[in-house]
Design a protein. Structure first.
Length: 372
């Protein structure tokens, strides 16, 4: 894929945050072995209903695409089915958005049965509304004005087919969920004499959740400098003191601007989060965009869990900002968060002792245990 990346900025977003977002989009393009040929930014407060960007800008993109020999134009925001159709017609290039890329990455990385099912579900729910435009196009080819063309009938069959598949996958996912619930119950029964604190590691993709999981529990999980390295939940444990054990679950990373369908399809995987007593929110403190990332994660969390849970922030990767462990207490970020925030470096092992102390303190409060 040789791609041109497109984003808008205006009333809702600043130019610099759109640029950061495009940089992130470039990372997604690279994750599917594509190459980004350049960014196009347009200032507009609201997307154009027909082309997302202005018609003039869309024509300009066509020329740039021809000049640079691009085969794909990637939009940083969610496109409507008709915007995709209109843009494809105008530019003659393949048009995709951030959400398409995320689905593509998920489907390449999914290993377990559950992850594969979730991805398939996301892909099908994403495809369903987009069939419409294709149906009209096919009918036009078949001729016939005002009547339902052969194309549209074909689409109708395909639509029914997809709906059936979605239904079947949902059932399979339910089964897996049930099994997991039983496992959890068994685990709880086996350990009922001990005090157990369930902690869910959540955070923006690439923030260092899995690396921190490794440091906290010693479990060797997969980590990598790429978006969505983790697509399954993994649980591991450690004792923080004689009478308190923590069960830590690593989860799928979040990213900005994903469609509700995609978030929905990962709800089952993220179910562990709703059972947690405590949320350990991992943040890449070295990212210029860290606060926006925190907000994006909290937005999804609000969808996943009804009530708010006690949260501890781990402000990770501070080794990129300070040379010595003693200096990390000067990290200014903590003041901007309303919950307890601990600067750490999972790679260097900095601040881990303090983090564990804080998890224990907040955990005891959550479980209503006495202090030791
Ligand atoms: N410099 C530095 N790099 C880190 C630190 N923690 C993690 N990393 C690196 O950041 C990258 C992502 O780490 P992961 O642990 O895979 O991140 P994740 O949050 O699990 O990411 P996903 O599973 O993809 O959502 C890896 O290259 C890590 O080596 C840290 O404290 N300092
Ligand atoms: Mg991970």
């Amino acid at each position: 894929m040789r791609a041109i990346l497109v984003g808008i900025w205006g009333k809702e977003t600043s130019k610099s945050s759109t640029k950061e977002s495009l940089k992130e989009l470039e990372g997604l393009v690279e994750a599917v072995e594509g190459k980004s040929l350049g960014y196009i930014l347009q200032r507009r407060d609201r997307p154009d209903p027909r082309y997302f960007i202005g018609e003039g800008k869309a024509k300009e993109i066509r020329q740039i695409a021809v000049g640079t020999n691009a085969d794909t134009v990637v939009f940083d925001d969610f496109l409507t089915p008709s915007q995709v159709t209109n843009l494809e017609r105008l530019t003659g290039k393949r048009i995709i958005d951030r959400n398409d890329l995320a689905i593509e990455i998920f489907s390449r990385r999914a290993r377990t049965k559950e992850a594969k099912l979730q991805v398939e579900l996301a892909r099908l729910t994403h495809e369903l509304p987009r069939l419409q435009g294709k149906g009209k196009k096919m009918s036009r080819l078949g001729g016939g004005v005002g009547t339902r063309g052969p194309g549209e009938q074909e689409i109708e069959v395909r639509r029914r087919d997809i709906k059936k598949k979605i239904h079947k996958i949902r059932e399979e996912v339910e089964e897996i969920k049930l099994r997991r619930r039983q496992q959890r119950k068994r685990r709880e029964r086996e350990e009922s004499d001990k005090k157990i604190l369930k902690v869910a590691l959540v955070g923006y993709t690439n923030a260092g959740k899995s690396t921190l999981m490794k440091v906290l529990t010693g479990r060797d999980v997969f980590t990598a400098d790429m978006p969505f390295a983790t697509l399954d939940t993994r649980t591991s444990s450690r004792y923080v003191s004689e009478d308190l054990k923590i069960l830590i679950t690593d989860t799928v990373g979040f990213i900005r601007k994903l469609s509700p369908e995609l978030i929905e399809s990962f709800k089952a995987t993220l179910e562990e989060v709703s059972y947690a007593d405590l949320i350990l929110h991992v943040v890449d403190a070295s990212s210029p965009d860290w606060l926006e990332q925190v907000e994006a994660v909290n937005l999804v969390l609000k969808e996943l869990i009804e009530d708010t849970k006690p949260t501890v922030y781990a402000l990770n990767k501070v080794d990129r900002m300070f040379k010595e462990e003693e200096e990390i207490k000067y990290l200014p970020h903590t003041a901007l968060l309303d919950s307890k925030a601990i600067p750490v470096s999972a790679v260097k092992g900095w601040g881990i002792g303090r983090l564990i102390q804080e998890i224990e303190r907040e955990g005891r409060k959550a479980l209503e245990l006495e202090k030791v």
